[in-house]
Design a protein around this ligand. Structure first.
Ligand code: HAS
Length: 546
């Protein structure tokens, strides 16, 4: 059972960022229209191109994901450990996150923070943007710390018992977050805030980029792991089966603690200030971090097969037909399943990016947003939408009032992301740049820079982006109708997240304790980041005024 006093906090953490996502998604649709040349201007309805792009990235990829990770973490930890989360910590955490979001929103909405969601120097924002980000992150830390006393109590009261797998995944995610936000906290507090306040003459851009990407790659696993918790903890049961292997689930989460961080240089293969040897090391480690996802692919597929066969599924592939793809009572299933389907392509294209030589072809082209709309905007966004609807209705004791609409969303979203990404992949390998107002340049037929061969990809991107926008509209229709439906206190009291039993419930001591994995993770970070850091600090680069 989810702790009673925690429920209103979880509801705010789910619904507030979802409301903001209306702006986030709106700017996504406007973005594809600029890029396809439908909008040929520096701004649309008073909001500039880079201002809208910043709002799109910050709201969807930073605010929504962080609030959701904390909300879902609160629900999973309090339910699976049956221990109370510290209410003081949960309240302070929420207050700081809301304050941070409001403080950062002002410079974004007034056009004083057009620095994109990758906010490293030399782009400079108003100091309040950085201060807001600090509050948001510290709020998420405090929410995480609020789980620790209850977990220690649980361990004392349950000696030798395995921590429930949902709690393992949530803790893994927040351990990664705690570690990876330290370098970006240094960057923001020591470099960016004093610089944006005018207290320092300039900023070391190379150091700023290095610290940002130290944070930037593990950040993607902070987005992904809550969804992996859904895949391991809830999906097998919704599919009518069991988690195929408890050990492999734990192994995947523990491996992410070690492997998420020491590979951020794969975002900086083109960085002239860093030696190629370090880049090669990070490239090799990037291939290793795909392993826990491949393990997940096999374990989750086996769990789905087990569920489908229990429901009468037969044959080598025909059992797929027995999964609840269109079951109105189990409308959460396609949010998770279609996320997995999308992630097959998202993961494969990640491996292409990681290949040292291939990155030179695709870096900073539209290939990159195509990749990340099949990852963060694929399994992650679908998981967030589905679970936010499921959790908020469950906590309020309401039924989904439009199950058909709720079911349509993941299919529409998948159609949209595949169309969008196909266009942007195509454009990317033909050299179309990312983060560029193409309607004012390469897609403007009256411009000397016009590129006819780039039109098809961007048009496909625009069609896909509009379908994605439509999917979100349908989602809000289902959400609002359901929120207006009558509530049942009895249903609210009885609500719990589905927890799958394990088919193979192995007892392997190596994956029962976080400590050795955290130590290995810190050692891996020291090996992979100290030499590049020493190189950058010894570089004596001129400071950028911004
Ligand atoms: Fe990435 C750039 C490499 C995963 C997000 N990535 C980005 C950026 C973002 C992002 C936002 O090496 C752009 C940053 C920016 O703005 O510049 N990425 C990888 C690799 C992985 C990977 C190797 N990325 C993610 C995830 C993200 C994410 C996850 C968000 C959540 N990425 C890169 C690289 C770059 C990059 C370079 C920099 C490129 C550049 O030059 O700028 C791996 O973790 C992927 C492993 C995943 C798999 C897939 C496993 C499949 C599963 C589904 C199974 C399906 C089932 C269903 C069971 C190997 C789990 C069965 C049903 C059937 C129908 C069969």
């Amino acid at each position: 059972m989810i702790q009673k006093e925690l429920r209103p906090i979880i509801l705010v953490e789910l619904l507030l960022p979802l409301a903001l996502t209306i702006f986030g998604v709106y700017h996504g649709v406007v973005q594809v229209l600029y890029r396809a040349g439908v909008i040929q201007d520096l701004e649309f309805l008073g909001i500039g191109y880079y201002q809208g792009l910043t709002a799109h990235g910050v709201i969807n990829a930073i605010v929504l994901t962080t609030f959701f990770a904390v909300a879902f973490g609160n629900a999973v930890i309090s339910q699976t450990l049956g221990q109370s989360v510290s209410m003081v910590g949960a309240r302070i955490g929420l207050a700081l996150m809301v304050l941070g979001t409001l403080v950062a929103a002002w410079p974004i909405f007034t056009g004083k923070a057009n620095v994109l969601y990758t906010f490293y120097a030399p782009l400079k924002a108003h100091p309040l943007f950085y201060i807001g980000v600090v509050f948001l992150v510290v709020g998420s830390w405090v929410s995480f710390w609020a789980w620790i006393p209850g977990y220690r109590r649980w361990r004392r009261e349950n000696p030798g018992r395995k921590t429930p797998i949902g709690a393992v995944g949530i803790f893994a995610s927040f351990i990664i977050w705690q570690i990876c936000t330290l370098p970006v906290a240094y960057e923001v507090i020591v470099q960016l805030i004093p610089w944006s306040l005018g207290w320092t003459p300039g900023v070391n851009v190379v150091l700023s980029r290095l610290l940002f990407w130290f944070f930037g790659h593990p950040l993607v696993y902070f987005w992904l792991l809550p969804v992996y918790v859904m895949y391991y903890m809830t999906l097998p049961q919704i599919a009518g089966g069991k988690l195929y292997s408890d050990f492999y689930g734990r192994l995947a989460f523990m491996s992410f603690i070690v492997l998420s961080a020491p590979l951020g240089l794969h975002h900086q293969f083109t960085e002239p200030a860093l030696s190629s040897g370090y880049k090669f090391l990070h490239a090799a480690l990037t291939f290793l971090v795909a392993v826990p996802s491949l393990v997940t692919a096999f374990t989750v597929a086996a769990s789905l097969e087990h569920g489908a066969r229990r429901e009468g599924g037969k044959g080598l592939f025909a059992w797929w037909g027995k999964l609840p793809h269109f079951d109105e009572r189990r409308w959460l299933f396609p949010y998770l399943f279609m996320g997995l389907v999308i992630f097959i392509l998202g993961g494969l294209t990640g491996l292409i990016n990681a290949s040292y030589g291939m990155s030179a072809l695709v870096h900073n082209t539209s290939w990159i947003p195509a990749h990340f709309h099949l990852t963060v905007a694929g399994p992650v966004f679908l998981g967030i939408l589905g679970m936010s609807l499921y959790l908020s209705l469950g906590l309020l004791g309401k039924e989904c009032a439009s199950p058909r609409a709720a079911l349509a969303v993941p299919y529409l979203w998948t159609l949209g992301t595949f169309t969008f990404s196909a266009g942007l992949f195509y454009g990317g390998i033909h050299g179309v740049p990312r983060r560029t107002n193409l309607g004012m340049s390469f897609l403007d037929p009256s411009s000397d820079a016009y590129r006819r061969d780039w039109v098809a990809g961007e048009y496909a991107g625009a069609v896909g982006g509009c379908i994605m926008g439509l999917a979100v509209l349908v989602f809000f229709y289902a959400l609002v109708r359901s929120l207006l439906a009558p509530r049942s206190q009895q249903a609210a009291d009885a609500f719990a997240l589905p927890e799958s039993a394990a088919y193979h419930d192995e007892d392997v001591p190596a994956v029962k304790n976080f400590r050795p994995w955290v130590i290995a993770g810190v050692i891996a970070i020291l090996i992979s980041y100290v030499p590049p850091l020493v190189q950058v600090l010894g570089g004596n680069y001129p400071l950028a005024a911004g």
